[in-house]
Each structure stands twice: as C-alpha cells, then as structure tokens.
Design a protein around this ligand. Structure first.
Ligand SMILES: [Zn+2]
Length: 161
C-alpha cells in the first residue's frame, strides 16, 4: 500500500503535515480563529499547547471566575469547530471561511451562556450586555435559537441524505 504524502496534509492550510498540535495551535486558519476569539474576550498569552490553554484558563479563574467560564466554553467550542471544519473539508469537500467558523463559535457560546446563572455583579451586568444575554427579549431568543438550529443542523441534515 502506498501513502500519498499530500493526502496527509492539514486540510485547513494544505501546507503542513496533519497533526493535532498543528491543527489546533499552529495552523494559520486555526490561529486566525484563536486570535479573533481571544481579541473579543480580551485574553492574551494563551500560548500554543493544550497545557498552555489550561493554565491560561486557570489563571483567569483566579482573577475572574465568570471570565474563566466564558473562556472555557469558547475554548471548547473552538476545538470542536476547528475539528469539524477539518473533517468537513477532508470528507465532504465543504469549506467555511474563518469568519463563518468564528460566528458559529460565538453563537454557540452565547447560547450556552444563556443557560447559565451568574451571581449578580457589575462585571456580570457588563458581560450580559456584551453577549446580549438579556433573555427578557423573548423574540430575540427565539430567532437566535432558530438560526442556531439551521446553522448546526444543516450539515447534519445534508449528511443524512
Ligand atoms: Zn494547517
């Protein structure tokens, strides 16, 4: 059996060999996603390995637990949707740009934040405005949930056919 070295390239950049470390922390595509997300929640020095990310979240938790919760959800979503993007490109030849992947990560995180209860504080009040978490706006939430369903389920429905 022969293995074509080009088949082992990272599907996100198509340059470097496909490894987990490259995919999540070194790939140009993934780095753009990380930069957009960390710029949004004002986190710097998140490093470039699993351990660095765990330490970054831990150090945030020491300062501001709510921010660490947001960061944990975001980081989990980044890893999940980078992995999904890799598989979509590899197996379905379906490409999404960085901005679209960021939008999905952002929306999923917001949906998750809506389900959590935070202790009232000035920081949490600011966070609710930043993430638009005021669920008193019923129609906004319904619209959002429908949009998320369409975004998340459409690839699954395409796969089902
Ligand atoms: Zn790559």
């Amino acid at each position: 059996m022969t293995v074509n070295i080009e088949d082992m390239r990272c599907p996100l950049c198509n340059i470097v060999q496909d490894t987990h470390t490259h995919l999540f922390f070194e790939c140009g595509f993934s780095l753009q996603v990380w930069l957009k997300v960390t710029a949004y929640i004002l986190i710097t020095n998140v490093g470039n390995s699993w351990m660095d990310f765990v330490l970054a979240v831990k150090s945030i938790a020491h300062m501001r637990l709510e921010k660490a919760v947001v960061a944990s959800i975001l980081f989990g979503a980044i890893v999940y949707f980078i992995w999904q993007e890799r598989n979509n490109r590899l197996f379905k030849k379906n490409w999404r740009p960085v901005d679209q992947v960021f939008d999905i990560i952002f929306s999923i995180t917001r949906l998750k934040l809506m389900t959590l209860k935070f202790k009232d504080s000035a920081y949490v009040a600011r966070m609710k405005i930043e993430w638009n978490l005021d669920i008193s706006n019923y129609f906004l939430v319904i619209g959002f949930v429908i949009r998320m369903f369409l975004m998340v389920l459409s690839p699954i429905m395409i796969l089902a056919y």
